[in-house]
Design a protein around this ligand. Structure first.
Ligand SMILES: C[S@@+](CC[C@H](N)C(=O)[O-])C[C@H]1O[C@@H](n2cnc3c(N)ncnc32)[C@H](O)[C@@H]1O
Length: 437
């Protein structure tokens, strides 16, 4: 029998929560399946919403369930999470229909007992006219539950920044991110691009960087001629600003050690007016082809690509470059707003492990820069462990490097609630001399 939209959403969530699937990839597969656009949008809205608000939804279940929370069968739990999300976060479906659709799903995936359970608990919860409050005494627990964030994350911002900062950040992480594009100045100029954009029926708002625009109605823009002609690249503001801060001079030699899919490399190329040379590397061979195809679409001619493991020293690179970008593999906990499943699949242990890899990469990168050259370290993580701590250790090991402040900060951090961007960290280091040891 044909699966309903809710059933499709249920199966995606089940794969994401219990089988290690990535939400974005699952949604991409669904998109390719020629599903009606309205159904696709609804499934994306429910699945993303449930992933984003999971702890809160589970709290509502816990406080209303007659069965112990950890005794609820996983798929039944997901049916409940989807139902409660629709009740309190969407307003287009009436509660009675949410309950009956959920009961239908329980009939397919559960047993007689679970059908009665789903019916009973959802009827009770649907009697609330407003979102049930979270009543947990511990403030950090309370915020983590209400805004559905890992406790270590809330704890860090609550204690190292402030309660107000933590609240605003968590709230912003649960909002839908803007669709930001970078105008490709190799192919067009700002004025002509905006004219074409408006002619094609797209509207935009400005961002603090004049070549980055937030598209208000991005549906279809990837299929547009503007895209095919390489007039723009889809890229978050924070990611765009990394290349702006590095700001390599024309004709320089640039190394991008973790370059795929090529967002920053191709931007660096535009900033250099397609002059000099950018060596764009990645460990992953398949991803190198994505850099090539992006570079070709964008009219970039000064990039050469190389499969290279940045954790291994490469003698061919030593002392060759004026600039080196290390946009390191990281926990991506700065991307909660865009990819909410990261909330649930990266913990402190992963972050610590990544910080070791990041330091290892920097320890190689330092050899590749000429004296006076610049090393820019960036991550889409807002953790201290992957940023300030890595840099502190690096500077301890390498006294011939000094920090060059960005926006008056040793490590400049961008946040969704402050910059309306992904969470990002960047540190600029200058190599003052060769090491004497
Ligand atoms: C944050 S992404 C880079 C994004 C890219 N700079 C951009 O702006 O489009 C990190 C990249 O590092 C690559 N990577 C992971 N470990 C690596 C390693 N040991 N050496 C080189 N690249 C690595 C991943 O394949 C991934 O493409």
């Amino acid at each position: 029998m044909k699966k309903t939209t809710r059933e499709k959403a249920l199966l995606i969530l089940n794969d994401v929560f219990y089988k290690g699937a990535f939400l974005e990839e699952q949604l991409e597969i669904l998109k390719q399946s020629k599903l009606d656009n309205r159904d696709y949008t609804f499934i994306r809205e429910i699945t993303t919403g449930v992933v984003r608000n999971r702890t809160y939804l589970d709290y509502v279940i816990k406080t209303n369930s007659k069965i112990k929370f950890n005794k609820i069968h996983k798929i039944i739990l997901t049916i409940l999470e989807m139902a409660i999300y629709q009740m309190f976060f969407l307003d287009r479906v009436p509660n009675y229909s949410i309950v009956s659709e959920s009961v239908e799903l329980a009939k397919i995936y559960g047993n007689r007992g679970s059908v009665g359970f789903v019916n009973g608990i959802l009827r009770a919860i649907s009697k609330n006219n407003e979102m049930p409050q979270v009543k947990i005494k511990d403030s950090i627990d309370n915020l983590s539950t209400y805004y559905s964030h890992p406790k270590f994350y809330t704890d860090f911002f609550y204690n190292n920044y402030s309660e107000d900062f933590a609240k605003k950040l968590l709230k912003a992480n649960n909002q839908i991110p803007p669709f930001t594009i970078r105008i490709n100045t190799i192919k067009t100029d700002r004025e002509s691009f905006i004219k074409k954009l408006l002619e094609e029926g797209f509207s935009y708002e400005e961002t603090p960087y004049k070549f980055a625009l937030n598209i208000k109605n991005p549906e279809g823009i990837i299929d547009s001629l503007l895209f095919k002609e390489g007039y723009f690249y889809v890229q978050d503001l924070a990611s765009i600003l990394v290349s702006v801060y590095l700001n390599p001079t024309p004709n320089s030699q640039v190394l991008d050690l973790c370059a795929a899919p090529g967002g920053k490399s191709t931007h660096l190329s535009a900033l250099m007016g397609n002059t000099g040379q950018i060596v764009a590397c990645d460990k992953n061979k398949a991803k190198i082809n994505i850099i090539k195809s992006n570079a070709s679409r964008l009219g970039v001619t000064n990039i050469i690509t190389k499969v290279n493991d940045a954790q291994v020293n490469n003698d061919n690179f030593v002392n060759k470059f004026d600039y080196c970008l290390v946009d390191a593999p990281c926990s991506a906990i700065g991307l909660y707003r865009k990819k909410p499943d990261i909330k649930w699949n990266k913990d402190i242990a992963d972050i610590k492990q990544l910080s070791e890899i990041q330091l290892e990469i920097l320890e190689n990168a330092k050899n590749y820069i000429k004296t006076g050259g610049i090393l820019l370290y960036s991550t889409c993580s807002v953790s201290k462990i992957e940023n300030e701590d890595v840099i502190t250790q690096f500077l301890k090991n390498n006294s011939n490097f000094v920090i060059k402040k960005i926006e008056n900060k040793d490590t400049y951090k961008m946040f969704p609630h402050i910059n309306n961007s992904d969470g990002f960290s960047m540190t600029m280091l200058v190599k003052n001399s060769q090491r004497l040891s």
